[in-house]
Design a protein around this ligand. Structure first.
Ligand code: 5AD
Ligand code: FES
Length: 347
C-alpha cells in the first residue's frame, strides 16, 4: 500500500493528507528515502548549494518557548556584530567561494531599516545572492530590504497548528506569520519556510498540514529541523527521542511534493545524529548552510544545545562540508542556486 503511494507520489507529486500521514508514520522508511533521493537527482541534480550563514545578533524581543535565545533567557550573553563586522564576515565568506550569504539574527530592533539596507547594499556589491532570516517585519520593511537588493527570505512557519504556535510563541500571532510569508512572496523574494519537528503537542496530522501549506504557498525552499530541548527554556524537560527520524521523513515527503525546491540538510539534524546532514542529503536535501560566524560568537547563538562546529572557524567548516559532500559522490555547485535554475539549464 505505501509502495503504491510512493510510486504515485514520485510521478505526480501529489498526496492527500491521509497519504502523507501514512508515509510519516512508516516504521521502516528506507523506500521513502530512496524515492526522495531519486526525485532530488531528477529535479535538482547532484550539485549541493552552500549558503554561508552569518549569525549577526542573538538579541531577540520574542519569547518562543523552545528557543535558547528567547528574551526571557537571562543566562545568555548577548552580542551584536557591527555593520562593519557583518560586511567583513561576508567578504571572508566570499573569499572561501560562497555564492550565497544568509544573514540571521533574533528579532533585534537595533537593526532598523536604514542600517539593514546599508548592510544589504554593501554585501550585494560582492556579487552574491543575499538571504535574510531576521523574523517578522512589516510589508514596508520587507519592501525596503528587497529594493536594497535582498533576494531571499527565510521564515519558518514552525508549525501550521495555530493553537500550538500561539502557545509556544506567546505574544506572536500565527496569522501575522502567514501574512509575512505572503508579503514576501508578493514582493518577489524567493521564500524559504519550514517546520520544527517533535514539538510537544504536535501531531503527525499537523505535520502533514505543514507540508500541504508549503505546497500551497508554494515555497522556494523549506528547512525541516528536529526540535531539541534547550535546558534554559520552559521546554527543558521535553524529549528529543525520534525527532531525527521524523524530521528526515518530513523532509523526504517534502521532496516528493515539491520536487524542484531547495531543501537544506539542517544543522540540527547533525546535532541529533553524527551523520545527520549526510543522511539528509541522501534523502532529498540539496543545500547545506555552513556556519561562517566568527568562532568567538558561535557559542552565544545557542538556539538549541549541542550545536555542531562551535569551536571551528569558517574556513575549516567550508573544507569539512565539501569533503563530506564529496564522500557521498556529490559535488559543491559553485553557483547562486536559485529555485528552478537546474531545470532551466538542463532544458
Ligand atoms: N531546537 C531546534 N531548532 C530550534 N529553533 C529554535 N529553537 C530550536 C530548538 N530548541 C529553530 C527555529 C527557528 C530556527 C532559526 O531555529 O525553527 O526558525
Ligand atoms: Fe526569538 Fe522566537 S525567541 S523569534
Amino acid at each position: 500500500m505505501s509502495d503504491e503511494i510512493l510510486q504515485r507520489a514520485t510521478q505526480t507529486h501529489t498526496l492527500s493528507k491521509a497519504e502523507i500521514v501514512r508515509l510519516l508514520s512508516l516504521e521502516n522508511a528506507e523506500k521513502l528515502f530512496v524515492a526522495a533521493d531519486k526525485v532530488r537527482r531528477q529535479f535538482v541534480g547532484d550539485g549541493v548549494y552552500l549558503r554561508a550563514l552569518i549569525e549577526f545578533s542573538n538579541y531577540c524581543k520574542n519569547n518562543c518557548l523552545y528557543c535558547g535565545i528567547r528574551a526571557g533567557n537571562t543566562h545568555v550573553k548577548r552580542y551584536r556584530l557591527t555593520p562593519q563586522q557583518i560586511i567583513k564576515t561576508a567578504q571572508q565568506a566570499v573569499s572561501y567561494g560562497y555564492k550565497t550569504i544568509v544573514l540571521q539574527s533574533g528579532e533585534d530592533v537595533w537593526f532598523d531599516t536604514d542600517k539593514l539596507c546599508e548592510i544589504i547594499r554593501e554585501i550585494k556589491k560582492l556579487d552574491v545572492a543575499l538571504t535574510l532570516s531576521i523574523g517578522e517585519k512589516s510589508r514596508e520593511e520587507y519592501a525596503a530590504y528587497r529594493a536594497a537588493g535582498a533576494d531571499r527570505y527565510l521564515l519558518r512557519i514552525e508549525t501550521t497548528d495555530k493553537n500550538l504556535y500561539e502557545k509556544l510563541d506567546p505574544q506572536m500571532s500565527w496569522e501575522n506569520r502567514v501574512r509575512c510569508l505572503y508579503d514576501l512572496k508578493e514582493l518577489g523574494y524567493e521564500v524559504g519556510s519550514g517546520s520544527l519537528v517533535g514539538l510537544p503537542g504536535q501531531t503527525v496530522e499537523s505535520l502533514a498540514d505543514d507540508l500541504l501549506f508549503f505546497q500551497k504557498l508554494p515555497v522556494d525552499m523549506a528547512g525541516i529541523g528536529p526540535f531539541i530541548p534547550h535546558p534554559q527554556t520552559p521546554l527543558a524537560n521535553e524529549k528529543s527521542d525520534g525527532h531525527f527520524e521524523l524530521a528526515l521523513k518530513m523532509m523526504a515527503v517534502m521532496r516528493l511534493l515539491l520536487p524542484d525546491i531547495n531543501i537544506p540538510a539542517t544543522t540540527a539534524m547533525e546535532t541529533l545524529h553524527p551523520q545527520g546532514r549526510l543522511l539528509a542529503l541522501k534523502s532529498g536535501a540539496n543545500v547545506v548552510m555552513p556556519n561562517t560566524t566568527d568562532t568567538e560568537f558561535r557559542p552565544m547563538y545557542e538556539l538549541y544545545p549541542g550545536k555542531i562546529c562551535l569551536g571551528d572557524c569558517a574556513e575549516k567548516c567550508r573544507g569539512c562540508v565539501e569533503n563530506k559532500i564529496n564522500s557521498i559522490g556529490r559535488f559543491v555547485a559553485h553557483k547562486k542556486g536559485f529555485h528552478g535554475d537546474y531545470l532551466k539549464e538542463k532544458n
